[in-house]
Design a protein around this ligand. Sequence first.
Ligand SMILES: [Zn+2]
Length: 411
Amino acid sequence: MALSPERTVVELRELQELTGDENGSQRVAWTDTWERSRAWLREKMAPTGATEEIDQAGNQWFTLPGESDRALLIGGHMDSVPNGGRLDGCLNVLAGMEVVRRLAEEGTPPLTVRLVSWADEEGARFGRSLFGSSAAAGSMGDQDELRERRDADGIALPDALAEHGVDLDRALEARPQLENAVAYLELHIEQGPVLESLDLPLGVVLGTFGVERHLVTFRGQAAHAGSTPMDQRRDALAGAAKLELEIREIAKRIGGGAVCTIGGVVTKPGIVTSVVETAECLLDQRHLDANQLAEMLSNAEAASRRIAAEETIEVEWEKIWSIEPIPFDERLIELADESIVEIAGTSHRLPSGPLHDAAEVARAGIPTVMVFVQSLRGLSHTKLEDTKDEHLELSVRSLDRLTTKALDAFA
Ligand SMILES: [Zn+2]
């Protein structure tokens, strides 16, 4: 059975028929529709002879034994957000399935090949993303908090998981699944506009962005909008406005894909008759390089102090959340680049803004790489999410080529 990327295109439509509706894909993790997609995958995989196993975190594994126990992993996720797109996560799994079919037909691969569909990548129901991959990677450390989480209907997370055979307290027992892994490959839709704007079907992902999230509060003095002359105001909103314009310059100056966003500003007292006393800004900064990210942060802090002095107001910073950049494996990046050039003529290297299961696997120390395929209009997490059929086929071919190269390189 030769590789048939056309079949992947057909199967993506079949899966959408089975688990989607007029509003989009409905494969939310820990629901019956998600289970239906897993049963469908099980049936589709059966002819390959790969052995199925569901681990303690709910991850679904298919193992094709090789000449060695050392394993090459290909991953994705069948779960979607509610009213989600038809490709996010499942393209990876279905393309991986096509590669496993080809390998099974050809005989025994030099390394064991394992296809994994991670459980609850999206965190759509309980607000906890990368559930299965973080358990297998051993980085899940928030079980106490997860025990308290409830969905919109008030159902507790441990109860929902139990219905699908997963005991939250034992989820970390999925850890041995990565023990023999020598490399991890993940294909994904880009979910952004970069490849489309370059008119390229495919790109290799350098890693996932580090993120610094802070609450920046400017404090001035509330004063009457009618009686306070313009040159005697201590206007906190002026600080927020200046900082918003400044972070765009900081991102431009640092470059290398840097992005800075003030995603929200809350002003108090927030009435038309008063100068703003406090302006709370939600600042998000991202970069693939840890030093550049640190520089962006210190530049923004310095700018906020300068602005505060100019406006005779005060400024205060509070950290909300941060994560370090997670770079992918140099050797696999080269192999992915070669594969894309061979399949599509031109490759492009780009960072990933969103986190993916691949980031958890990479954090666990396993050489990892991702390939992105162009997303039309850069849209994702909506039923409008789409990719041209010809590009989907190229993406399956590039994953297949990369698998062959990785089997060679890591055997
Ligand atoms: Zn995804």
